[in-house]
Design a protein around this ligand. Structure first.
Ligand SMILES: C[S@@+](CC[C@H](N)C(=O)[O-])C[C@H]1O[C@@H](n2cnc3c(N)ncnc32)[C@H](O)[C@@H]1O
Length: 369
């Protein structure tokens, strides 16, 4: 005898479902940066209504690529009323964000007490508790999970009825061609929610898959086809160093006279993760805000004698190759775009988070009423 399990929809529920229109899932992205998180959510089918950031450089990429409204604001000053108006008439509201948890010297955070770095996470928590969106998602540095402020954040969500799941995830598992571990949280008032299932664990995307098709350029040169495919100029010494570097190797491969002063000393010999070329056959190392400097990490191109171009770093972060970061070529700055791109949530990871949210909402729609 066939028994009907609780999850199986009744005929009436199936009939009802046929007439139900899909839920309008609307996200607001706090600390939106250049839109890595917002773009990924959008490409999973969510509408991103608004992005909030202190940095005015975020307006162009958020509005151009994510079609979200940009608010140049301190999140600490955003009110529950603001948030409700940005969500508008959503069926399911998603509060998303990646609160910066390092002291921000540019915003005078470094002069405040050590605990002040967590204030931004607490602002995010305040807004979640004041507006109770159906879904909350947070992406952050892995180290945050060991802090009391994190367990307090999770406990606060649970205390008002959220089902909370969080874990450390490897970005390579979601098709990001880059080794980067991140903390991901999903919380729902609608029922138990799952973190995204890995899609690329068996076959990670490599540096070759991601950037081999870009036209070759020299250090300090831009490609005619794309002003963002530009790399920084190398000093004569760094040019000799990169020529002596092999993919996946370190400065230890060089002749001693090429080594930096600090690496000749005993204390510096333990820092192999700088001055290296990337390996074509592997995902790239973590893209930091300094990716354009050959001496700042393993950011040498696998075979061209230069560091990564801005476009290559963006693609290794899994931004699409035509993502627009600036309106005019005058706005291109290695430092400025280094911050926007290096600090971004990889869009492919964000897309996986967005798909997990959709699967959760669609799964609930299948439940009998
Ligand atoms: C880790 S980045 C966010 C990356 C972004 N979610 C993305 O995926 O591209 C953190 C952002 O927080 C912004 N920020 C720092 N303090 C802020 C504040 N008090 N209010 C609003 N934004 C702030 C920074 O300008 C930075 O863009």
């Amino acid at each position: 005898m066939k028994t009907r399990t609780k999850a199986e929809p009744t005929k009436a529920a199936q009939a009802g479902r046929a007439h139900r229109s899909p839920k309008r899932i609307v996200a607001v992205d706090l600390f939106c940066g250049a839109g890595g998180l917002a773009y990924g959510l959008k490409s999973a089918g969510l509408k991103v209504a608004a992005g909030v950031d202190l940095d005015p450089r975020c307006r162009f990429p958020i509005e151009q690529n994510c079609q979200a409204k940009f608010f140049e604001r301190d999140v600490a000053e955003v009110s529950a009323t603001d948030l409700r108006s940005w969500f508008g008439k959503a069926d399911v509201r998603v509060l998303a964000g990646c609160a910066p948890c390092q002291p921000f010297s540019t915003y005078s955070q470094s002069r405040k007490s050590p605990d002040s770095r967590w204030e931004l996470l607490q602002s995010f928590q305040r807004l979640a508790l004041e507006t109770l969106p159906e879904i909350v998602t947070m992406e952050n540095v892995v180290g945050l999970a060991t802090r009391t402020v994190w367990s307090e954040f999770v406990a606060a969500l649970e205390s008002v009825g959220y089902n909370v799941r969080w874990d450390e995830v490897a970005c390579t598992d979601y098709g990001v061609p880059q080794k980067r571990k991140r903390l991901v949280l999903l919380a729902s008032l609608l029922g138990p929610i799952n973190l995204p299932d890995p899609t690329h664990r068996e076959a990670p995307v490599t540096v070759r898959d991601a950037i081999a098709q870009l036209p070759p350029i020299a250090g300090g040169e831009a490609a005619g086809s794309d002003a963002l495919h530009i790399s920084s100029r190398l000093s004569a010494t760094n040019m000799r160093r990169i020529r002596a570097s092999r993919p996946g190797g370190t400065w230890r491969d060089w002749q001693p006279e090429l080594r930096a002063e600090c690496h000749r000393r005993e204390t510096g010999a333990t820092y192999p993760a700088v001055y290296g070329r990337m390996d074509w056959s592997k995902p790239s190392p973590t893209i930091t805000t300094q990716f354009y400097g050959f001496g700042s990490g393993r950011f040498g191109h696998p075979e061209q004698d230069r560091a990564l171009s801005i476009r290559e770093a963006a693609i290794l972060q899994s931004f699409p190759p035509d993502y627009r970061f600036v309106e005019t070529t005058e706005d291109i700055s290695f430092r400025g775009l280094g911050i926007l791109i290096g600090n971004a949530v990889p869009p492919k990871l964000a897309q996986a988070i967005g798909k997990a949210i959709r699967a959760h909402v669609e799964g609930l729609e299948l439940q009998p009423q």
